[in-house]
Design a protein around this ligand. Structure first.
Ligand code: HEC
Length: 131
């Protein structure tokens, strides 16, 4: 009876620790890593595995504050929804409107602003999540 009790104690101790180690990433970060990082890179600096020189246009460097400040939050949201052509950009930037909810796309806009440490010129803040 001793061994199972010790085992149980171990499992109880290990349980919460293991759960903590596996804590899910915030959903915006999961979406970015899963859907965007292959082109834009895990840190957004355009070093994704798909960022091939054979792309006629390279993925935007989302950490480039000067470049990203040229887009308002609404423009970024439009690109995320309808793809690059919605802002006269390359169709190599895919549309996500059918894949991600509106709230998830706004979360990504805020996430991208965190990557570039920048704001769009003359832009009001995006609506709060879930609105
Ligand atoms: C298949 C590769 C690919 C994937 C996947 C991809 N992008 Fe892009 N993205 C591009 C390319 C290429 C451009 C540059 C378009 C241009 O400059 O004409 C771009 C441009 C952008 C821009 C700059 C344009 C703007 O309006 O601000 C943002 C922001 C962006 N992508 C965000 C994302 C996000 C967020 C995801 C994931 C949901 C994503 N991208 C997934 C290829 C990709």
């Amino acid at each position: 009876m001793r061994a199972p009790a010790a085992l149980l104690a171990l499992m109880l101790l290990a349980g919460p620790a293991a759960a903590w180690a596996d804590a899910p990433l915030p959903s915006v970060e999961r979406n970015f890593r899963f859907l965007c990082a292959q082109c834009h890179g895990p840190r957004g600096d355009a070093t994704g595995v798909n960022a091939s020189k054979q792309f006629e246009v390279l993925p935007a460097n989302l950490t480039d504050g000067q470049y990203m400040a040229k887009f308002t939050d609404k423009q970024i949201f439009r690109t995320l929804t309808y793809g690059g052509p919605a802002n006269n950009l390359s169709s190599l930037m895919p549309p996500w409107g059918n894949r991600l909810s509106e709230a998830e796309r706004w979360d990504l806009v805020r996430y991208i602003r965190g990557l570039c440490h920048c704001k769009g010129i003359g832009e009001e803040a995006p609506p709060p999540p879930g609105s």
